[in-house]
Design a protein around this ligand. Structure first.
Ligand code: HEM
Length: 454
């Protein structure tokens, strides 16, 4: 379809002309970008080929497409991370093949469900800090930006639970800086520059500063107050891999890059989910009341205990329904290593394919009344009937999110605790609009006021 003519260059920056993000800008910079993609997907039967001068981008939106690219022929598709290197370095999320497997293996144990009980008090402690902050907001009545609030919560959870450290940086400042970089629509001319001895892509001084701040964060975390000197944390696992003489690839740089990955991939997504869920709940007070009632029934007036988390089923369903309506990662990008045939559509080596999770999540083929907020869709009996790969908040196959289960526990606990003490009131324009960058953000943020419950 669209014939956007650009020259090819191997150095892709996030908002540079060669980057996929730049190429998708005409589609994404719309009033309602997802509606545009859905209309195109309908028109082209789920496959939207964008033919550019030197390459093709193929947007795919059917569950069978996701199955082919992410699962049954996953080895033919490599990760696309150009432009995001300054954020993620060479962490495992960006690597493919045998090296990816080697790098992921020593970290896997940190995400085994038997670790979650150990993390539980640290998650609760981070929520306590947030509640103390919200108590102040409730007394001043000031307007707050919810994504910032939830992002700082998610970051504190990662620092405390996974790294055994106090959060040593000001997340409001740091994440604003990172957002400067990832907010791709604002960046059309990213260049390479030397920041602390590393070549990174940046747009002028502001972004250089942003990247300098970001690069300093892992060292700050490493040097922060240790909470309990726990023996087995994600951080000690990374350090053990570094010390392993049989694992030369896992050097100090790898440890730093893995930390960056967790501090971004493990926080922004979780934060967006919680912020969107509070937005949805503010529009559906009956669901908010149901969460409070569930909390009372399960925990009485006390804080939740670890063995009660599973029973907070409706709250978890709210989180799942939020990720259906607002999947933080709305598209999964891959590069085809070799030719492929996806349901009769020819994919050529070098094509970039994008699995549009958002479209499957909103398709009437898989969901009754898809635009309706209905957490009951995720009740166990109904969830069993779901079409496989029609719900992909954490992707699928071997490259699926490592932290999906953990994030749902984090957000379930956060919702229960915050809503038992406060009513967050959304005070922005309705309905909130989407800004589709690397993640699915609210356009202009999600302003809230916090009211304390008596
Ligand atoms: C609601 C919360 C979250 C969402 C929606 C989410 C979503 C995703 C998705 C879609 C991917 C795959 C990306 C792709 O294939 O291109 C991914 C990968 C990943 N996520 Fe998450 N994520 C969440 C929370 C977390 C948390 C809490 C952590 C860790 C603390 C985490 C760490 C990672 C890592 C390390 C990968 C790369 C895995 C690999 O390549 O082997 N994520 N995430």
């Amino acid at each position: 379809m669209a014939d956007m003519t650009v020259a090819y260059s191997p150095s892709h920056g996030l908002g540079e002309e060669q980057s996929i993000w730049f190429k998708l800008t005409p589609l994404l910079n719309q009033e309602n970008p997802m509606q545009v993609l859905m209309a195109l997907s309908d028109k082209y039967a789920g496959v939207i080929p964008i033919n550019l001068k030197n390459q093709r981008i193929v947007l795919l939106s059917e569950p069978e497409h996701a199955e082919r690219v992410l699962v049954s022929n996953a080895d033919n598709y490599t990760k696309y991370f150009d432009g995001l290197r300054p954020i993620f370095g060479r962490s495992m999320i960006t690597i493919d093949g045998a090296l990816w497997q080697k790098i992921r293996t020593p970290q896997q144990a940190a995400f085994h469900p038997n670790m979650f009980e150990e993390y539980f008090p640290y998650l609760m402690s981070a929520i306590d800090s947030k509640m103390a902050r919200w108590a102040k907001f409730a007394s001043t009545g000031e307007t707050i930006e919810m994504v910032e609030e939830t992002w700082t919560l998610a970051a504190e959870m990662v620092c405390k639970a996974l790294f055994d450290r106090e959060m040593p940086f000001n997340p409001h400042f740091v994440f604003k800086q990172v957002k400067t970089y990832t907010d791709v629509m604002n960046h059309k001319s990213i260049r390479l520059k030397n920041v602390r001895g590393e070549l990174v892509e940046i747009t002028g001084e502001d972004t250089a500063k942003a990247m300098e701040v970001w690069h300093s964060v892992p060292d700050m975390v490493m040097g922060a107050n240790v909470l309990e000197h726990r023996e087995k944390t994600l951080l000690t696992m990374l350090q053990e891999a570094e010390a392993d003489p049989d694992f030369p690839e896992f050097d100090h740089r790898q440890v730093i890059d893995e930390m960056k990955q967790y501090l971004w991939a493990g926080t922004e997504t979780t934060a967006l989910t919680l912020a969107w869920s509070l937005y949805l709940l503010s529009q559906h007070p009956e669901a908010m009341e149901r969460i409070r009632a569930e909390a009372r029934a399960v925990c009485g007036d006390a804080d939740p205990q670890w063995n009660q988390v599973q029973q907070l089923a409706y709250t978890r369903q709210v989180i799942q329904e939020t990720m259906r309506l607002f999947p933080p990662i709305w598209g999964l990008i891959r590069i085809a290593a070799g030719d492929d045939d996806i349901q009769g559509h020819k994919i050529r080596a070098g094509d970039k394919v994008v699995i549009l999770s958002y479209i499957a999540h909103h398709s009437p083929k898989f969901w009754t009344d898809p635009e309706k907020f209905d957490p009951e869709r995720f009740a166990p009996e109904r969830a069993k009937k779901r079409v496989k790969y029609s719900y992909l908040p954490f992707a699928a196959g071997k490259r699926a999110c490592i932290g999906g289960a953990l994030s749902q526990i984090e957000n379930t606990l956060a919702l229960v605790q915050l809503l038992r003490r406060f009513t967050p009131e959304y005070v922005g324009p309705k309905p909130a609009k989407i800004h589709a960058t690397v993640t699915l953000c609210p356009k202009g943020g999600l302003p809230f006021r916090i009211r304390a419950l008596s």
